[in-house]
Design a protein around this ligand. Structure first.
Ligand SMILES: Cc1cc2nc3c(=O)[nH]c(=O)nc-3n(C[C@H](O)[C@H](O)[C@H](O)COP(=O)(O)O)c2cc1C
Length: 196
């Protein structure tokens, strides 16, 4: 698919058909997702892929799916055939910037922006675009109970849970989020030329 079409077609999708996703397609999506840039080439972003129905139900409960369904939405997480927990370890950056080729840089201690979140965002975007390119769709959401998710999936303490991406075949009916009524900011509002 043309890059511009992939970008324009990407939407966060919260309703999936229950059919499983080909494991090779999931691997291709993750292979793209790991190709983003990272500060210091730390390459700390990692993914926990969950496909077992029972575990997905556990993840759904930790993300308060019941409350979401009670508001009239389709079950998003328990139905999405693939969950990808996006993780990153700030500790990896501290270690990377202590290496001989980086020791002259202030590193994370001097960063006004913790770049691990930037790197994780790049990975989420690549995952979302790769999903579209595979004929799939992705969603992304915050995790309500991070401690519970950490226990369920044995995620180490030093690894931060950035959020949960869902992958699957989009169902025909998508209920648009109220946020989209805001419309997209025009290019002229977003871009400042030569000065703010
Ligand atoms: C960092 C981030 C966090 C988000 N968290 C949630 C979330 O917790 N729940 C949710 O339903 N959507 C979440 N979204 C999806 C946004 O609401 C969605 O991307 C936005 O409304 C624009 O819609 P689009 O992605 O279809 O263009 C999140 C998106 C991003 C980038």
């Amino acid at each position: 698919m043309e890059f511009g079409d992939v970008v324009r077609r990407r939407r966060r999708v919260r309703s999936y058909r229950p059919d499983p996703v080909d494991a090779a397609a999931v691997d291709r999506v993750l292979d793209v997702a790991r190709r983003g840039p990272s500060a210091g080439w730390t390459q700390s972003v990692s993914f926990v892929v969950v496909t077992a129905a029972r575990t997905r139900a556990g993840v759904a409960a930790l993300c308060n799916e019941d409350a979401y369904v009670a508001r009239g939405f389709d079950p998003w997480l328990s139905r999405a055939p693939v969950h990808v927990v996006v993780c990153v370890s700030p500790q990896d950056y501290r270690m990377r910037y202590a290496a001989p080729d980086k020791i002259a840089s202030a590193g994370p201690a001097g960063w006004e922006v913790p770049f691990w979140w930037v790197d994780a965002g790049a990975a989420v975007m690549l995952l979302s675009l790769a999903a579209v390119d595979e004929g799939l769709a992705a969603g992304f959401l915050d995790v309500a109970d991070r401690a519970g998710l950490r226990r369920l999936l044995a995620i180490p303490r030093e690894v931060a849970v950035v959020g949960l991406a869902t992958l699957g075949h989009p169902s025909a009916e998508q209920r648009p989020s109220a946020s989209l009524a805001r419309g997209r900011r025009p290019l002229g509002d977003v871009v400042h030329r030569d000065r703010w």
